[in-house]
Structure formats: C-alpha cells, structure tokens
Write a protein that binds this ligand. Structure first.
Ligand code: HEC
Length: 88
C-alpha cells in the first residue's frame, strides 16, 4: 500500500521534470527551485502559502550567495505556482 502511494506520487510529479514548455514561469520555476531540493508539487500549497514560501526561499538563496530572483522572475514563478496552486 505504501509503495503504491509512493509510485502514484512519483508518477503524478513526473511531468514537472519533463522537457521545457512554453510557459516562462514554469521554466523559471524548474530551473530556480530545483537546485537545493526536489521541485515541490505546485498543487501542494495555496497561492497565499506560495507567496510566503517564495519570500523564505529568496532569503535562503541570499544566505548561500546565490543570485536572488529578480522582480520579474519572482512574479513569473508566483504566477505559475498560483495558477497550479491548491484550492483555486
Ligand atoms: C538556496 C537553496 C534553495 C533554493 C534555490 C530554493 N529552496 Fe526551497 N528550501 C530550501 C531549504 C534549505 C529548505 C528547507 C529544508 C528542506 O526542506 O530541504 C527548503 C524548503 C522548501 C519547501 C518546504 C517548506 C519549507 O519552507 O521548509 C518548499 C515548498 C520550497 N522549499 C519551495 C521552493 C521554491 C518554490 C523555490 C524556488 C523559488 C525554492 N524552494 C528554491 C532551500 C532552497
């Protein structure tokens, strides 16, 4: 049962790692948010929660000396996450 759940999770997140799309926000998300950990599933949080997470991640990037997201990147990623967030 546990394995079935794990397999389902893996399968359902697969498209996130699939090839590039025409969605600029999605591509940015994939390139900037998968560097320190696996890409989280956009549907796991609400748009409001993503907003808070993005703030936290910005700080974490800063602490590691990574270039923070620019204003435009931040907006595009938040836009992408919001469109796929939980409870739309
Ligand atoms: C500088 C490295 C780094 C980058 C880049 C990064 N994160 Fe994180 N993230 C972390 C760390 C460290 C944690 C906490 C430990 C863990 O869960 O691995 C974390 C945890 C998370 C969590 C779990 C909730 C939490 O706050 O612990 C989410 C969701 C998340 N990150 C989303 C993102 C998103 C979205 C992006 C892209 C904007 C991103 N991360 C980019 C370092 C990073």
């Amino acid at each position: 049962m546990r394995y079935l759940l794990l397999a389902t999770l893996l399968l359902s997140t697969q498209p996130l790692w699939a090839e590039e799309t025409n969605d600029a926000g999605e591509n940015l998300y994939k390139s900037r948010c998968g560097m320190c950990h696996q890409l989280p599933e956009p549907g796991m949080l609400t748009a409001m929660q993503w907003r808070i997470v993005l703030e936290t991640m910005q700080k974490r990037m800063g602490h590691l000396g990574m270039p923070p997201l620019t204003e435009a990147e931040y907006r595009q990623i938040l836009d992408y996450l919001s469109r796929h967030a939980r409870g739309r």
